[in-house]
Design a protein around this ligand. Structure first.
Ligand code: GDP
Length: 308
């Protein structure tokens, strides 16, 4: 990407989009197209069409999405499939129609089958049944990948798709009902410490394993791939390491400085037993994650304390 190219970041106020904007700015990219969800409803095709017609962006980072943790996905499956299908379909089609040089579609590690062999390689996509708690979201993301590949094949576009593992960092959603586990546990332990509660509650059994990537690392990987990867085949983005939810809870408890105990609410779902990405392809392309989990958690706690 040329430093003076016009880059449209769809979803620039979210966890992922804001990190990509910070990273692009730090690397000297100077021209952006940015609109908040209040200004532009990306689920409306005519709105997206007008935007591309008027602004003609050179590059597109498709980070806009309706996202949420296990409970939100499980409770609002219609919203997750409708909103995500609409906005990605509108943006990918307009990117083709208005001659965007390259687009990066942000997917998710939940596109892989529930019982996929671990770590999950890119070619396990569509090899088995999905995890039911986030099937709607996963189907929408798979449709986005397949759209990018179809446009590349039929229209010779340069649309790439990346699959990040579970992300966390500044600007995350800390709402206890709709967030992912890492921000939820930061909030729960901070609140428990403040109120001197004897314990804090973790959902499920604590035994599922997840991989966590600091969002600034993800942003760096996306820019790296925009500059060094031109292929429709998906690329995993992760650290290659996972930990159990109990281990994660213990780590956050320690970093927050909460001295009480951890309790488990087994009425809440565990979701998929393990989600670890195989990142061999990304490593071979020349990129590896930099931020150790403890350091990323420390930075996220600090951001939470200063901003929430
Ligand atoms: P997932 O990776 O799609 O399952 O999404 P989450 O990040 O929401 O959940 C990951 C795991 O953490 C699941 O096993 C949850 O049951 C568990 N978990 C434990 N405590 C919490 C919590 O307070 N909030 C959320 N969202 N998940 C939690």
């Amino acid at each position: 990407m040329e430093k003076n190219a016009k880059i449209y970041i769809a979803g620039h106020t979210g966890l992922v989009g804001s990190a990509i904007l910070r990273a692009l700015q730090a690397q000297g990219y100077s021209k952006y197209l940015l609109h908040t969800i209040e200004e532009l409803d990306l689920t409306r095709q005519s709105v997206v069409d007008d935007l591309f017609k008027q602004e003609c962006p050179d590059y597109v980072i498709l980070a806009a999405a309706k996202v949420g943790g296990i409970q939100a996905n499980n409770t609002y499956p219609a919203d997750f499939i409708y909103i995500n299908l609409q906005l990605e379909s509108n943006i990918i089609h307009s990117a083709y129609q208005y001659g965007v040089k390259k687009l990066c579609f942000l997917g998710s590690s939940c596109i892989y089958p529930k019982y996929a062999q671990q770590p999950m390689k890119e070619d396990y996509l569509l090899d088995g049944k999905l995890e039911p708690t986030n099937e709607s979201y996963a189907i929408a993301k798979i449709a986005g990948i397949k759209m990018c590949q179809a446009y590349n094949r039929q229209y010779s576009t340069n649309f790439i798709s990346v699959m990040p593992t579970n992300l966390y960092g500044p600007h995350d959603n800390f709402d206890l009902q709709s967030s992912h586990v890492l921000p939820a546990l930061i909030r729960k332990f901070v609140d428990a410490r403040k109120s001197s509660a004897p314990s804090a509650t973790v959902w499920g059994t604590g035994s599922p394993k997840r991989e966590f990537l600091f969002v600034d690392d993800l942003a760096d990987a996306v820019i790296f791939l925009m500059n060094h990867y031109d292929d429709g085949e998906i690329v995993n983005i992760g650290t290659g390491k996972d930990i159990s939810i109990l281990e994660l809870a213990s780590l956050i408890k320690e970093e927050v400085g909460f001295n009480g105990t951890i309790e488990f609410d087994s009425t809440k779902p565990d979701g998929t037993p393990r989600k670890l990405l195989d990142v061999t392809k990304l490593n071979q392309l020349g990129w590896t994650a930099k931020t150790p989990l403890r350091e990323g958690i420390r930075k996220t706690i600090q951001w939470y304390l200063e901003n929430k």
